[in-house]
Design a protein around this ligand. Structure first.
Ligand code: SAJ
Length: 424
């Protein structure tokens, strides 16, 4: 099939780059978002999210005349649903955005169209939730229109490159739907495009993120064991990883972001009787912020009244995304325990959290601190020179939760450095 026009529903971290990339590859694209503020911002040449290179891409797409932004869908040959699937109370998938996007498409659906769901969803969502809603149009999925699931797999911070280069899985509800999806994404995808069934594609996405979560959980558990047995987990992992079939990930303050800390629950919800490992791993990672809080409490000899410079709040290094961030969780828990928290997040100076003061510069965070907590391995924070830091603060106690600082150099500069996963 050939496609000349497309409607993308949801203009967030996935939908906006996807819509813009299609547009810069010659497709006529209507980008739709239900949030009028997002639409207005984009129409006025602004951007509501941060991702390297995205501003230039969106501007190029708008300037080409191929991308227009609206609050309402239009008739199109293909529709992509790229809306969020957060979780609600009880760690259950909240499909309300997927449902309302499907309902919004139904009146515009015509014979021969293709609809692709990209939002991470519990197994069978495409077949059991999206298809019946679209069929309210009077058209039958498979017979009259094509329907597929194609997971986004891009890494925040590298979205624009990975969107094009990563392999793409297209899961159709039938063969013709898979092939239609393959033809659509072939517009710009340079990675391999592999066709499968819709439910397999949904599982693939959930398995990828769950696999990573479980592997981070074992790394975090190893860090707890190492601390107990007087071992340096970072050294132990490096040595273990020299085994040709071992590749242990990094322990840290926990697992954040809106994907890996959420998606495994979709499998647990769908089949609680089959997922004890997945559920336990989630719990291990969710408990990790408390491990860091306890480490700080021990290092500082208590938290009450202590002024702590929290360095980094993002969910991972070198991004400005604070969603589900373990560093934020730690900062809030420290404040709840009576510490005076002054946080410095170099990529988002204007963040706001109750009980936490945001420093507008590194110096403002360091001045007057009793202790330092490195919670995110942002490049500028990892590269701090300990002797320069020592000159800016009276604090001589530092906790490194991400193995970002060289213990010898920091100790030579006069700090007592406590590292996550390192026993004494
Ligand atoms: N983390 C660790 N230790 C590690 C690696 C990561 O503690 O060794 C932590 C990070 O600090 C962060 C969290 O895990 O808090 C998740 O970070 P990440 O870089 O592993 O993944 P995300 O959430 O940014 O993106 C993931 C990616 N999935 C996989 O790598 C399997 C990405 O490809 C997906 O597209 C994305 O989820 C998504 O949208 O689902």
């Amino acid at each position: 099939m050939t496609f000349t026009n497309l409607c993308v529903l949801g203009l967030g971290y996935i939908g906006l780059p996807t819509a813009s990339t299609f547009a810069t590859h010659g497709m006529h694209v209507v980008g739709v978002d239900v949030n009028p503020r997002v639409v207005e911002t984009l129409q006025n040449g602004g951007l509501h999210i941060h991702e390297p290179g995205l501003r230039t891409l969106v501007q190029a797409a708008l300037k080409s005349g191929n991308l227009s932004i609206s609050t309402e869908p239009e008739e199109a040959e293909a529709f992509i649903i790229a809306v969020p699937t957060p979780f609600k109370e009880g760690k259950r998938a909240d499909l309300s955005y997927v449902i309302s996007a499907s309902e919004a498409i139904a009146p515009y659906l015509r014979e021969g169209n293709l609809v692709v769901l990209e939002s991470t969803s519990p197994p069978r969502t495409t077949m059991d939730v999206v298809a019946p809603i679209l069929e309210r149009s009077g058209l039958k999925a498979g017979d009259d229109f094509h329907l597929a699931y194609s997971p986004e797999r891009v890494l925040p911070g590298q979205i624009l490159r990975e969107l094009i280069d990563n392999a793409r899985v297209i899961g159709g509800i039938d063969r013709a739907s898979s092939e239609a999806g393959r033809d659509l994404y072939a517009t710009f995808v340079r990675g391999e495009i592999i066709c499968t069934t819709a439910t397999t594609a949904e599982m693939v996405k959930l398995m990828e993120n769950t696999y990573r979560d479980v592997n981070i959980a074992i790394a975090n558990e190893f860090s707890r064991l190492a601390a107990r047995f007087g071992v340096d987990v970072w050294e132990a992992i490096e040595l273990a990883n020299r085994h040709p079939r071992v590749d242990i990930l990094r322990p840290g303050p926990g697992v954040g972001g809106h994907c890996i800390s959420v998606d495994p629950w979709f499998l647990v919800e769908a089949a609680p009787d089959l997922t004890p490992l997945i559920a336990t791993s989630r719990q291990v990672n969710d408990d990790q912020p408390q491990v860091v809080v306890d480490l700080l409490q021990e290092a500082l000899g208590g938290l009450d009244g202590k002024r702590i410079a929290v360095l980094g709040l993002a969910y991972k290094p070198d991004v400005d995304d604070l969603r589900e961030s373990p560093a934020v969780e730690i900062a809030c828990r420290l404040a709840e325990r009576g510490a005076e928290v002054i946080a410095y997040e170099p990529y988002k100076l204007d963040a706001e959290f109750p009980g936490i003061s945001m420093a507008q510069s590194l110096d403002a965070a360091l001045g007057g601190a009793d202790g330092l907590a490195l919670l995110v391995a942002h490049t500028p924070l990892r590269n701090l020179a300990p002797e320069e830091v020592a000159a800016k603060t009276k604090a001589r106690i530092a906790v490194d939760a991400v193995n970002g600082w060289d213990p010898v150099a920091w100790e030579q500069a006069g700090f007592r450095l406590t590292r996550l996963g390192v026993g004494i």
